[in-house]
Ligand binder design. Structure first.
Ligand code: HEM
Length: 412
């Protein structure tokens, strides 16, 4: 938390149980006081709020509707302008960098769903600033000082400053999602300054944005390098659109086995998250003694590449393995979203934003792998995964891929 500029005093406060004992009377309406029968500390109650916002229910539906609204508006060729377009073939065809394109579209829509346009009125480059920080965010784990990570620290300061200014606006001038509204008011109740509140929100902005665009990249690149898979996914997706051009999310989530296989396989092969736990008492794992206060690291990719769970070809991308073995997604070897207390509450939103984006991409456009100038590449290959940089979860590719995107003639 201190890597997000939050003062040591406030870090301690956020973990202090019985918050009603130190919250001023003027904040007696605070959820920490009025809706906290077990007197949990701020951080533990915040985990409950993550679930309230992000597990299936009215708040998640609102978020995904807002996300779909923005996606629907931005997924038009004439809106494809900016740093991700590398060449322009005609009014109905452009070439884009796949990495920058997926990242741009997902962040464009999710930032607007979680905050609102006001954030971009305050700082039109907010997404770019955040992404500069995200690119180097692995350095956070190693406490890189300013002198060795100037871009990281400068981008963090600018992003947090924008978020702080957003929260300083009068209530009626901004419309964050429920979670980001509650975090702001409850952090204020425990004495956080607007900059420290913004630092805490920035941590969640990181969780929201950091992984899904890489998983989308891998899904799309594998589909484009495997015609059979591409055709299977596209025909499943086409069947989810109605005659008016609207996509049925329930159908996408329940009637697209090849899309599910591609999602699971990308999560399995390209996810390097590590579960970190601290022993609260002496215990054993098998015959190994773990002492109280020892830290245990569980790197999920080792299990996900384990032939014991996934067979001899565990290192190969095979979307069809999930069709053949329906039980695989429940296997102990498959934990892309972690588990236990910190089990990713954003897993439903992540799947929905990814499926909706891929559905609109495949429905509205014809796609071909090309070079940056738009020359088609026959027999394209998926780029290798970056294994030399630490990654909090989804892994990045070593090289980008370019795709020609052409408006598709679809008969509704
Ligand atoms: C494919 C995309 C995603 C992957 C692979 C992923 C993975 C993970 C993992 C492995 C953890 C556990 C980390 C730990 O145990 O320390 C986690 C935690 C978390 N994720 Fe995700 N995540 C994704 C998308 C999202 C999205 C879209 C959101 C928000 C909308 C989100 C919100 C969170 C939050 C808030 C936590 C912390 C939970 C807590 O500590 O109580 N994630 N994620």
């Amino acid at each position: 938390m201190t890597a997000f500029g939050i003062s040591k005093k406030n870090v301690d406060r956020s973990f202090q149980a019985d918050p009603s004992s130190f919250i001023p009377h003027s904040y007696s309406h605070s959820l920490l006081v009025s809706d906290n029968p077990r007197q949990k500390c701020y951080m533990h109650l915040q985990s409950d709020w993550f679930k309230k916002q992000l597990l299936p229910g009215a708040s998640l539906t609102q978020l995904q509707d807002d996300y779909s609204y923005h996606l629907d508006r931005v997924m038009h060729l004439e809106k494809f302008q900016g740093h991700f377009v590398t060449s322009h073939q005609s009014d109905s065809e452009v070439t884009v960098s796949l990495g920058r394109f997926t990242r741009h579209i997902l962040s464009h829509c999710s930032f607007r769903a979680f905050f609102d346009e006001t954030l971009f009125e305050l700082e039109p480059d907010f997404a770019k600033i955040y992404q500069t920080w995200e690119d180097d965010s692995w350095k956070v784990f190693y406490n890189y000082p300013y002198i060795l990570a100037k871009d990281l620290h400068d981008a963090r300061i600018r992003a947090i400053d924008t978020l702080a200014r957003y929260y300083q606006l009068p209530h009626e001038a901004r419309k964050p999602c429920w979670l980001f509204g509650v975090m702001n008011s409850e952090l204020e109740a425990i004495g956080f300054s607007s900059t420290d509140r913004a630092g805490m929100v920035m941590m969640i902005v990181w969780a929201i944005n950091n992984n899904a665009h890489y998983i989308c990249f891998w899904m799309i690149s594998h589909m484009l390098c495997n015609q059979e898979l591409f055709t299977a996914v596209r025909s499943e997706i086409d069947a989810c659109f109605d005659g008016k051009g609207a996509v049925g999310l329930d159908k996408l989530l329940s009637q697209c086995p090849s899309l599910d296989g591609t999602w699971n396989e990308a999560l399995r092969l390209y996810n390097a998250s590590t579960a970190v736990r601290k022993a609260t008492a002496d215990c054993y794992i098998g015959n190994k003694i773990i002492h109280k206060d020892d830290q245990i690291f569980g790197p999920v990719r080792n299990w996900q590449l384990d032939g014991h769970f996934f067979g001899e070809d565990a290192g190969t991308f095979r979307a069809d393995r999930w069709l053949k073995r329906k039980d695989l997604a429940r296997s102990r070897g498959f934990t892309p979203f972690g588990g236990g207390h910190t089990y990713c509450p954003g897993r439903y939103f992540a799947q929905r934003e990814t499926y909706l984006f891929i559905a609109q991409l495949l429905r509205r456009f014809d796609l071909q792998v090309a070079d940056a100038e738009g020359t088609t590449i026959p027999n394209p290959q998926v780029p290798p995964v970056e294994i030399n940089l630490p990654s909090p979860a989804a892994m990045r590719p070593v090289d980008d891929m370019h795709i020609k995107v052409k408006t598709r003639n679809v008969v509704s």
